[in-house]
Each structure stands twice: as C-alpha cells, then as structure tokens.
Ligand binder design. Structure first.
Ligand SMILES: [Cu+2]
Length: 120
C-alpha cells in the first residue's frame, strides 16, 4: 500500500507541475515598433519580461538606422541597416533608453520592462 501511495503522489506532482509553471510564467507577446526617418514609433513602450519587441524599418532605405541601448539592465543592439527588422526579447525588468547611433540626438526611445504578470 505504501508503494501505491507513492506512485499516486508522484503522478499527482507530475500533473501539478506544469500547471504551477504555467501560472508563474508569462506568455510573451510581441510588440512592434516602427523605425522611421528619423524617429521610432512609438517613442515610449511598456512591456513585460518575456515580451518580444520587433523593430520594423519603414525608412526609405537611403538612411541607415539602428537600435542601441544607451542605458539599461542589459546591452543589445541591432545591425545598422536601411530595411528589414530586428527583434529582442526582454529578460530583465527595468528602464531601457534606446537610441539610433546615426541620429543620436533626435532618435531615441524608452522601453519600460515590468516584471512578468501572473495569469489568473
Ligand atoms: Cu536613425
């Protein structure tokens, strides 16, 4: 009888574990930011840890732009390009000040990353 109880307990834990994991994790969303001449649209964005931000170049192709972290919990940067897209999944909460190295005074944006929200 002890053996059987242990198996039932193990089966219960195996069944419960994925549910607990799903409750604690955040299913990431994707937010899109336009890269234009010479601004990001939107210039401010709030996301959660686990969310992906996809920057899509709408520039005319003659001007090159990129996405660089000026200050923030982590560094990342896109290639300098005239077209295409670049995606980054935020893993650390905090405030990221981003800029384009080609237009550094004019072309900036702020991404606020909040801790992953728990699903109800
Ligand atoms: Cu630029």
């Amino acid at each position: 009888m002890i053996g059987r109880t242990a198996i039932v307990a193990a089966a219960f834990m195996a069944a419960a574990a994925p549910v607990a994991f799903a409750g604690a994790s955040h299913h990431g969303k994707t937010r899109t930011v336009g890269v234009n001449d010479d601004y990001y649209d939107p210039g401010k964005l709030t996301v959660h840890v686990g969310d992906k931000v996809k920057w899509v170049w709408h520039a005319n192709g003659f001007s090159l732009h990129d996405v660089y972290v000026d200050s923030g919990p982590t560094d990342f940067h896109s290639p300098t390009q005239g077209a295409g897209s670049y995606s980054y999944t935020f893993k650390k909460a905090g405030t990221y000040k981003l800029y384009c190295t080609q237009h550094e005074d004019d072309m900036t944006m702020t991404v606020t990353v909040k801790k992953a929200s728990k699903k109800k």
